[in-house]
Design a protein around this ligand. Structure first.
Ligand code: SF4
Length: 337
C-alpha cells in the first residue's frame, strides 16, 4: 500500500541518510540459503527449529516455500529433516534430534559456534563463565547449554552488583553476539571493578555485523531528526540499533517490520531521516521504506558508509552440492541481491 504518507513542508531540505553496512550478515545469509537448499534437496516439508533468523518476513516467505517452524524437536516426525537456526542450539537439543533419528542440518552461525567452543573450553578448564546476554534469547540458551553448571547470566551493568560468585579469581566473561557494544563494555567495566582478575574472551564475541551496523547508525544518528530501523521485535541487533540511534543524537527512532508501519506524525517537521536495518533483514524491505519516504518528499538519498563487508561462510556440508552432484553456486554463502 503506497501513497499513504503526505509530502508536508519542512523548513530545510528533506533528505535520507542510509546507513551502510545494514541488513543481511553472512550468518543470516547462510542460514536462509540453508533452508532454501534443504527444500530443493529434500522437498517439503523441511522442519526448522525456532525461527531460522529473527525476521517475520523471512520466516513467512520460507513457510510459503514449504518450511515448517517448530519450537522443539519432539514436534518433528521421526526421521524428518530439521534445520537448526542461526542462533545455535544446546547439546541437549542435538541429543533430542538424534533420539528421534532426525536428519539434521546445522545452520548455526560460525560466530555463535565460536562462542560455544569458548564456553566448552573454559568449562573444561574448570573456570566459571559470566555470560553477558539476554535471558530467554535462543542464542543465550544454546551457549549456556554448552556449560550449564559453570555459567551465570548477567543481562546489564546493574546486575553485576547482584552476582554471588564462589571463586572470584577463576572467572572469564563471554557475551551474546548481538548486544550493544557500549553497554557490554560498561558491564565488563563493572565486572572488572568487582572481580579484578576476571579474564577476557580470546576475541570479540559481539560479531562484526552487529558492531558495523552500530558504528554506521552512530554516524547517521547525530544528523538525524528521525531514525527508522527495519527489523523485527525479537531481533536483538535490530532493537539495539534503535537504542544506539537515540543514544547518539537521533531525536526519535522507531523499529518497523514493514514500511506500512511508518506513521505520518513521525515525519512532522523532519528534515533528515536516517534509515538502517538489522542483520536479519532482506534489502527489499529497506527499498520499500525508501519508496514510502520518497512519497513523503524524501527523494534525496545519501549513503553513509563506515565499513566494507565481504565475509562469507561455507554452507552446511550436507548442502554444498546440487541434486546433480555439482558444487552449488551459492556454496560459499554469498547472495546476489
Ligand atoms: S548477527 Fe553476527 S552472530 Fe548473528 S548470524 Fe549474523 S554474523 Fe552471525
Amino acid at each position: 500500500m503506497r501513497n499513504r504518507l503526505k509530502d508536508t513542508p519542512v523548513i530545510g531540505r528533506k533528505r535520507v541518510l542510509l546507513a551502510a553496512p545494514r541488513g543481511y550478515c553472512a550468518g543470516v545469509d547462510r542460514a536462509v540459503i540453508a533452508v532454501e537448499k534443504a527444500l530443493e534437496h529434500y522437498g517439503s516439508p523441511v522442519y526448522v527449529r525456532k525461527q531460522i533468523v529473527h525476521n517475520v518476513h523471512v520466516v513467512s516467505t520460507l513457510e510459503q516455500q514449504g518450511a515448517i517452524f517448530v519450537d522443539e524437536v519432539d514436534e518433528v516426525p521421526e526421521g524428518s529433516h530439521i534445520v537448526f537456526s542461526a542462533h545455535g542450539v544446546a547439546p541437549s537439543v542435538v541429543a533430542g534430534a538424534e533420539a528421534r533419528a532426525l536428519q539434521t542440518i546445522d545452520a548455526t552461525c560460525p560466530l555463535v559456534t565460536k562462542v560455544h567452543r569458548e564456553a566448552v573450553r573454559f568449562a573444561k578448564q574448570e573456570q566459571h563463565i559470566i555470560l553477558i546476554g539476554h535471558a530467554g534469547h535462543e542464542e543465550v540458551e544454546g551457549t549456556m547449554g554448552h556449560a550449564l553448571d559453570r555459567t551465570t547470566l548477567v543481562q546489564n551493568p546493574d546486575e553485576v552488583d547482584l552476582l554471588e560468585i564462589d571463586d572470584p579469581d577463576n572467572l572469564v566473561w563471554l557475551s551474546q553476539t548481538t548486544l550493544s557494544v557500549d553497554e557490554t563494555m560498561e558491564t565488563v567495566r563493572r565486572l572488572r571493578e568487582r572481580f579484578p582478575n576476571i579474564q577476557n574472551p580470546p576475541s570479540d564475541d559481539i560479531c562484526y555485523a552487529t558492531q558495523n551496523r552500530q558504528v554506521a547508525i552512530k554516524k547517521v544518528a547525530k544528523d538525524a531528526d528521525l531514525v527508522i530501523v527495519v527489523g523485527s521485535a525479537n531481533s536483538s541487533n535490530s532493537v539495539r540499533l534503535v537504542e544506539v540511534a537515540l543514544e547518539y543524537g537521533a531525536k526519535a527512532a522507531y523499529r518497523v517490520d514493514y514500511s506500512s508501519e511508518i506513521q505520518q506524525e513521525w515525519l512532522d517537521g523532519v528534515e533528515t531521516v536516517g534509515v538502517t536495518s538489522g542483520a536479519s533483514v532482506p534489502e527489499v524491505l529497506v527499498d520499500e521504506v525508501l519508496a514510502e519516504l520518497s512519497d513523503a518528499g524524501y527523494l534525496d538519498v545519501g549513503e553513509v558508509k563506515t565499513a566494507e563487508e565481504d565475509l562469507m561462510f561455507s554452507l552446511p556440508k550436507e548442502l554444498r552440492k546440487d541434486s546433480s552432484g555439482n558444487e552449488d553456486a551459492r556454496a560459499l554463502g554469498g547472495r546476489t541481491r
